[in-house]
Design a protein around this ligand. Structure first.
Ligand SMILES: NC(=O)c1ccc[n+]([C@@H]2O[C@H](COP(=O)([O-])OP(=O)(O)OC[C@H]3O[C@@H](n4cnc5c(N)ncnc54)[C@H](OP(=O)(O)O)[C@@H]3O)[C@@H](O)[C@H]2O)c1
Length: 294
């Protein structure tokens, strides 16, 4: 596996480090040989970061909603991974707070986790990512945008449900999803973070092997030996069935809208960037399903 050179003397920070992706990025930095003393885990609640502190990395409070925490958190940081906030609705302000603080702290590179095709997709989650990308570009800071596809865990996390129902129900039609594991996206983000800044700047469309929901059902059947099929519903029927299962109206509409985004092909990319950044093929869907079975 070819890995880009690492700057061991640079100081790195990762936001959302108590979350799934952030934690994996901290692990990936250490695996790449960056000394723990040069790695800073930025967290909303340092009281929940004992396992990070045990790795020897610095733990600093950094709350996107509390700008007064962000300046001290970014002091002396040369390269920052800004993991997008999970709070849809507040994200432009939250991310802007971090970017402003990064500018004030003279951070030399910001890597931001966005969404595939952020500037052209109709996906309901994209406008806040696209606006953040604009803020980043307007800041004048050197930046790289990791436009991540869907996490494969969005599906493998529901494996038990699929197996017990014997079906995957959606409205994605034949739409394909270039999903990849969080671990692969984290490793790719770290590759952008640690590489040569001139080479890494810009927008990276990142995704793994593309599969349809029928392909997903087939792979699950093959890996588990239990038959699972994909049942495609008209969008209104999907929304009604989600509501009948207890989901509130807004969430049911939102979930259906994401299915339609998949149907339009907006979660698919043929870009080889993820594989190139990893220096290997991304984890296959079959291997991800196998890992979720363990
Ligand atoms: N590509 C996809 O399929 C997909 C799916 C879901 C989400 N996402 C996006 O990718 C991001 C990372 O994914 P993930 O799986 O790592 O999500 P996650 O496990 O929910 O982690 C999100 C992190 O954001 C932190 N956070 C929330 N509010 C914050 C605030 N006000 N200030 C600072 N930190 C805050 C959380 O802190 P605590 O640990 O204190 O809660 C957590 O560490 C998500 O936030 C979301 O934007 C992508």
């Amino acid at each position: 596996m070819t890995e880009p050179p690492v700057l061991p003397t640079a100081t790195y920070a990762v936001t959302g480090a108590t979350g799934h992706l952030g934690r994996l990025a901290v692990d990936a930095l250490l695996r790449r040989g960056v000394p723990a003393r040069n790695v800073f885990a930025l967290v909303r609640d340092p009281g929940r970061a004992d396992d990070l502190a045990a790795l020897g990395v610095g733990v600093r409070e950094a709350d996107y909603d509390r700008p007064e925490t962000l300046g001290p958190a970014l002091e002396g940081i040369e390269r920052l991974l800004l993991v997008s906030s999970p709070t849809a609705g507040n994200r432009i302000e939250q991310h802007s707070n971090v970017i402003r603080a990064a500018d004030a702290a003279d951070v030399g590179l910001v890597v931001y986790t966005s969404i595939l095709h952020a500037d052209e997709t109709q996906n309901a989650l994209a406008p806040e990512h696209a606006a953040t990308e604009d803020v980043l570009q307007g800041s004048g800071l050197p930046f790289a945008v990791a436009r991540n596809g869907w996490y494969v865990e969005n599906y493998t996390g529901r494996l038990d449900e699929y197996l017990s129902r014997g079906e995957i129900v959606g409205a994605a039609g034949d739409g394909r999803v270039s999903a990849a594991t969080r671990a692969d996206f984290a490793e790719a983000a770290v590759s952008l973070l640690t590489g040569d800044i001139a080479d890494q700047q810009g927008y990276w469309e990142l995704g793994g092997e593309a599969f349809s929901m029928a392909d997903l059902a087939k792979t699950i059947s093959e890996v588990t030996g239990q038959e699972v099929v994909y049942r495609d519903l008209p969008p209104e029927e999907l929304t009604d069935s989600l509501r009948a299962a207890g989901m509130d109206e807004d969430t049911a509409g939102f979930v259906t809208a994401l299915e339609l985004s998949t149907a339009r092909g907006e979660l698919e990319t043929d870009s080889p960037a993820l594989e190139n950044l990893l220096g290997r093929a991304p984890t296959s869907l079959a291997d991800a399903v196998r890992a979720a079975r363990l």
